[in-house]
Design a protein around this ligand. Structure first.
Ligand code: SAM
Ligand code: DTB
Ligand code: SF4
Length: 334
C-alpha cells in the first residue's frame, strides 16, 4: 500500500498560485512513520532504480583554515566564541593542500573537499583557494569547497578554477534555523546556493539532525531540500557530533533508527542525488552504518578526520566495505 496519496504530493495551496511543492512536510512525515522494513524496502527500491546499490562515493575532507570563526552556529567547534580547544590555524599553503590531496588519492578517495571556518571568503583568500582547486584538479580528483557565504562573482571564480561542487548546508528546517544560528539567516544561505547554481557548480547541500529538533522539523528539512528546483546533486546528512564547549553539547541523542529513517527519506525524495552519510559515523556502530547504506546512503567521508573531529580510519572502512561487499564509486563530475 502506498501511504503517500497523489493528492498529498500534488496538492495546490489554496492561498497562492505558486506551483505545488514536490514534497509536502506531511508527505515526508508519512514516510518517516512507515514501519521500518517498509521504509527500507521503499528506499532500496528507489536506490536501485538510479544507482549501483553497492557503490559508495569516497570524499576526503581537509580543513584548510581552522577555528576562529565569527559565526555562532550552535553545533560548531570552530566558532571563536565557544571554548572547545580547537586551535586556530590560518589558511594553509597550496603545497600543504596538494600534499594532503595526494595522500587522500593514494588511500582511494576520488573527491577532495576543502573546508574553511569563515563566514565567507575575503577576495585575497578566495584567490589562494582557487589555486588549491586548480592544483587538486590537476591530480585528477573531483573538487569540493565549503567556504561559507559567497559574494557576487566568487562562485564564478571557483568554477573557472575547476571546482566541481560547492558545499553549503541549510542545516535545519527554516522554522528551527533561528534556534541554532543567530549571526545569519537561512535566506542568506539560500542566496549563496542560488549563486552557486547560477555559476554552473554542482550543489552539495544538506543538514544536521540530532540537534534537539522534532521529527516534524526533520521532515521539513528533507522536504525543503527535495523541493529545491533542482534538488541538490549531493545531500550530506550529518548526525550532530557533540563537542564540549558548544551550546549543543548534551542535546538529546537521536535514536539511531531515526537517523537511518532520515537517510531513507532523503533517498526517496531525492532519487538521483548522492546521499552522504556524513558526520557522526565514528560514533555509529557498523550495523547502523550498514542500515544507512541499505537506506540509500551512497557517499561517505573517508579518512581519519572530518574538519576538526574524528572519523573512522581508512583501514576500518576498507574492512567494512569488504564485509558488506561494497566498492568505491567511479568519479563522474564534468
Ligand atoms: N564555514 C562554512 C559554513 O558554515 O558553511 C564551511 C564549514 S562548516 C564547518 C560546514 C558544515 O559542517 C556545516 O554547515 C555543518 O553542517 C557541518 N558541521 C559543523 N559542525 C558540525 C558538528 N559538530 N556535527 C555535525 N556537523 C557539523
Ligand atoms: C558536511 O555536511 N559535513 C562536513 C562537510 N560538509 C564540510 C563537515 C562535518 C564537520 C563535523 C565537525 C568537525 O569535524 O569540525
Ligand atoms: Fe563558522 Fe561554518 Fe562553523 Fe558556522 S559552521 S561557526 S560558519 S565554520
Amino acid at each position: 500500500m502506498d501511504v503517500i496519496s497523489v493528492n498529498e504530493r500534488t496538492a495546490v495551496r489554496a492561498d497562492t498560485r505558486a506551483p505545488a511543492p514536490a514534497w509536502t512536510v506531511d508527505a515526508v512525515e508519512a514516510l518517516y512513520a512507515l514501519p521500518f522494513n517498509d521504509l527500507m524496502h521503499r528506499a532500496q527500491t528507489v536506490h536501485r532504480e538510479h544507482f549501483d546499490a553497492n557503490a559508495v562515493q569516497l570524499s576526503t575532507l581537509l580543513s584548510i583554515k581552522t577555528g576562529g570563526c565569527p559565526e555562532d552556529c550552535g553545533y560548531c567547534p570552530q566558532a571563536a566564541r565557544y571554548h572547545t580547544g580547537v586551535e586556530n590555524e590560518s589558511l594553509l599553503s597550496v603545497d600543504e593542500v596538494v600534499a594532503a590531496a595526494r595522500a587522500a588519492k593514494e588511500q582511494g578517495a576520488t573527491r577532495f573537499c576543502m573546508g574553511a571556518a569563515w563566514r565567507g571568503p575575503k577576495q585575497r583568500d578566495l584567490e589562494r583557494v582557487a589555486d588549491m582547486v586548480k592544483a587538486v584538479r590537476g591530480l585528477g580528483m573531483e573538487t569540493c569547497a565549503t567556504l561559507g557565504m559567497l559574494k557576487p562573482g566568487q562562485a564564478g571564480q571557483l568554477k573557472a578554477a575547476g571546482l566541481d561542487y560547492y558545499n553549503h548546508n541549510i542545516d535545519t528546517a527554516a522554522e528551527f534555523y533561528g534556534e541554532i544560528v543567530s549571526t545569519r539567516t537561512q535566506d542568506q544561505r539560500l542566496d549563496t546556493l542560488d549563486q552557486v547554481r547560477e555559476a554552473g557548480l554542482h550543489v552539495c547541500c544538506g543538514g544536521i539532525v540530532g540537534m534537539g529538533e522534532t521529527r516534524r522539523t526533520r521532515a521539513a528539512l528533507i522536504a525543503q531540500l527535495a523541493n529545491m528546483d533542482p534538488y541538490p546533486e549531493s545531500v550530506p546528512i550529518n548526525n550532530l557530533v557533540q563537542v564540549e564547549g558548544t551550546p549543543l553539547d548534551g542535546a538529546q541523542a537521536l535514536d539511531p533508527f531515526e537517523f537511518v529513517r532520515t537517510i531513507a527519506c532523503a533517498r526517496i525524495t531525492m532519487p538521483k542525488a548522492v546521499v552522504r552519510l556524513s558526520a557522526g559515523r565514528q560514533e555509529m556502530p557498523e550495523g547502523i552504518q550498514a542500515l544507512c547504506f541499505l537506506a540509500g546512503a551512497n557517499s561517505i567521508f573517508y579518512g581519519e578526520k572530518l574538519l576538526t573531529t574524528g572519523n573512522p580510519e581508512a583501514e576500518k572502512d576498507a574492512a567494512l566495505f569488504k564485509r558488506l561487499g561494497l566498492h568505491a564509486m567511479e568519479p563522474h563530475a564534468g
